[in-house]
Design a protein around this ligand. Structure first.
Ligand code: AMP
Length: 424
C-alpha cells in the first residue's frame, strides 16, 4: 500500500514525501478513499494512529478545486470545519492542515478560547476555507456574526468522545444546526460509547465505519514496568529514576492539576527542571511549557490527562505514571505518547498500595499482567494499609480524601460550564 495508490493529488503526495512518510498508516489507508468519495465516516482511532493526516489529506483534496490566490474574502468562504476538544489539539490539527496543504493555496485558521478574540475575528474576516475550532469560542464568533457556513462542505468532529466528556454536547448540537444539511460529516473517537453512537446517528448519514488499534498499541512497542512504592516515597523514587538513569524528556502524569503543580515544584527543588501543563495554565504558559519541553530546555513535563491529550510530541522516550489514571483507557492514551512512529518507548508506573484496584483494571483492559520491579531502596512497607482510590478520592482516611481529579478523570461528574466555555 502506498500513498500514490490512494489516489491523492501530486501536491499532497509531495507534502507527504516531504514529511518523510513512506506508507499510509492503517487508518489512512482505510479512511482516505472513503473521504475522497464524499461519504460520511465514523472512525475509531486514537492520537498516534495518524488519524489527523487520515482526514486532512482527503479533505484538502476535496477542497483543492476551490483553491484561489485571490485576495478577496468572498473568494474564501468556510468550506470545512474541524471541531476539536482542546486548544492544543486545534493548534496541532491546523499545523497539519498547513503542512499537508503547503502546495495548495487554501487558507486556514484556528479559533479557541483563552486568548484575545480580535485577531481571530480579523483572520475570519479575511476569509478561510478551513476552520479549526473549539466549540465554545466558535459559538462566541457565531454570536458576533463572524461566521458564515453557507458554503460549508465538510465537518470533522475530532476526538468526539473527549468533547462529550468535556460537556460540549449542547454546543456541538448547536453548531451542527448552523451547517448546511447537505454536507459530509466525519467523526473520530477513541471509543464508540452509546453516547457517541447516538451522536453519530443524529449527524451522520449512512457512515462508513473504520476501526484501528493504535499503531503503538500498548502490547507492541512500549516497554511497560510497574515500580511498587509507598505513596509518600513516589517523589523520591521519581527523582532517583530520572537522575540515576539520566532520563531526558520525561512526560509525567498526575491525576490532578494540584498534584501536577506540586510535583513540578518539588522536582525543581530536587534540581530537575520541570514544568506543569494543565487546564489552569494560560494559553501562553502552556505553549511555552510545551516548546521548552520539545527543545529539551525542560527535562520533565508534568501533565494531567486532559492537558496532555492531543499533544504531538514525536517519539517521546519516557512516560511516567506518577499516579495511575482513574479510567483504564487513559492509561493507553498516556503510554501512546511514547514509542511513536516505530521507535521503542518506555512507560513506568509508580504504583502504591492505594492503587491496586486501578492497576487490576488496567491489566484487565490490556489482557495481561504488567511486570513489577521493586527498585532497590524503595521497596514498599507491607505494614502500610491501603486507602483505595475511588472516584479520584482516597478513601479510608477520615476526612483525608484528596480532591477529585476533576480535570483528569473521565469518570468524574460532568463539570458545569459557562456558555462559550473555555475548555479545560
Ligand atoms: P496523529 O495520530 O494524527 O496524531 O499522528 C501521529 C503521528 O504520526 C504524527 O506525529 C504524524 O506526523 C505521524 N504520522 C502520520 N502519518 C504517518 C505516516 N504515514 N508515516 C509516518 N508517520 C506518520
Amino acid at each position: 500500500m502506498s500513498f500514490e495508490s490512494l489516489g491523492l493529488l501530486p501536491e499532497l503526495l509531495r507534502a507527504v514525501r516531504e514529511q518523510g512518510y513512506e506508507t499510509p498508516t492503517p487508518i489512512q489507508a482505510q479512511a482516505i478513499p472513503i473521504v475522497l468519495e464524499g461519504r460520511d465516516l465514523m472512525g475509531r482511532a486514537q492520537t498516534g494512529t495518524g488519524k489527523t493526516a487520515g482526514f486532512t489529506l482527503p479533505l484538502l483534496q476535496r477542497l483543492a478545486p476551490h483553491a484561489s490566490a485571490s485576495a478577496s474574502p468572498a473568494r474564501h468562504p468556510i468550506r470545512a470545519l474541524i471541531l476539536t476538544p482542546t486548544r492544543e489539539l486545534a493548534m496541532q490539527v491546523e499545523e497539519s492542515v498547513r503542512t499537508y496543504g503547503r502546495h495548495i493555496p487554501l487558507r486556514s485558521t484556528t479559533i479557541f478560547g483563552g486568548v484575545n478574540i480580535n485577531p481571530q475575528t480579523k483572520a475570519l474576516r479575511a476569509g478561510v476555507e478551513i476552520l479549526v475550532a473549539t466549540p465554545g469560542r466558535l459559538l462566541d464568533h457565531q454570536q458576533q456574526g463572524n461566521l458564515n457556513f453557507s458554503q460549508l462542505e465538510v465537518v470533522v468532529l475530532d476526538e468526539a468522545d473527549r468533547m462529550l466528556d468535556m460537556g460540549f454536547i449542547r454546543d456541538i448540537r448547536k453548531i451542527i444546526s448552523l451547517l448546511p444539511a447537505q454536507r459530509q460529516t466525519l467523526l473520530f473517537s477513541a471509543t464508540f460509547t452509546d453516547e457517541i453512537k447516538q451522536l453519530a446517528s443524529a449527524f451522520l448519514k449512512n457512515p462508513a465505519l473504520v476501526e484501528v488499534t493504535p499503531r503503538n498499541s500498548a502490547a507492541e512497542l512500549v516497554r511497560q514496568v510497574v515500580h511498587p512504592v509507598d505513596r509518600e516515597r513516589k517523589r523520591a523514587l521519581l527523582a532517583h529514576l530520572i537522575q540515576s538513569r539520566g532520563l531526558e524528556q520525561v512526560l509525567v502524569f498526575t491525576r490532578t492539576k494540584h498534584g501536577a503543580n506540586r510535583l513540578s515544584e518539588q522536582l525543581d527543588k530536587d534540581g530537575i527542571s520541570s514544568m506543569a501543563i494543565h487546564g489552569n495554565k494560560s494559553q501562553p504558559q502552556r505553549i511555552k511549557a510545551l516548546a521548552d519541553f520539545k527543545k529539551g530546555a525542560v527535562r520533565v513535563l508534568v501533565a494531567t490527562d486532559i492537558a496532555a491529550r492531543g499533544l504531538d510530541i514525536d517519539q517521546l522516550p519516557h512516560v511516567v505514571n506518577y499516579e495511575l489514571p482513574q479510567v483504564p483507557e487513559d492509561y493507553i492514551h498516556r503510554i501512546g505518547r511514547t514509542g511513536r512512529a516505530g521507535s521503542e518507548g518506555e512507560a513506568l508506573s509508580l504504583v502504591c498500595v492505594d492503587e491496586q484496584r486501578l492497576l487490576k483494571d488496567i491489566e484487565k483492559l490490556l489482557r495481561k499482567d504488567l511486570p513489577k520491579q521493586v527498585v532497590t531502596g524503595y521497596a514498599p512497607d507491607p505494614s502500610i494499609p491501603a486507602e483505595p482510590i475511588e472516584n479520584g478520592r482516597r478513601s479510608g482516611r477520615p476526612g483525608g480524601g484528596r480532591p477529585a481529579g476533576g480535570s483528569s478523570s473521565r469518570a468524574s461528574a460532568p463539570r458545569p460550564r459557562r456558555s462559550g466555555g473555555r475548555a479545560q
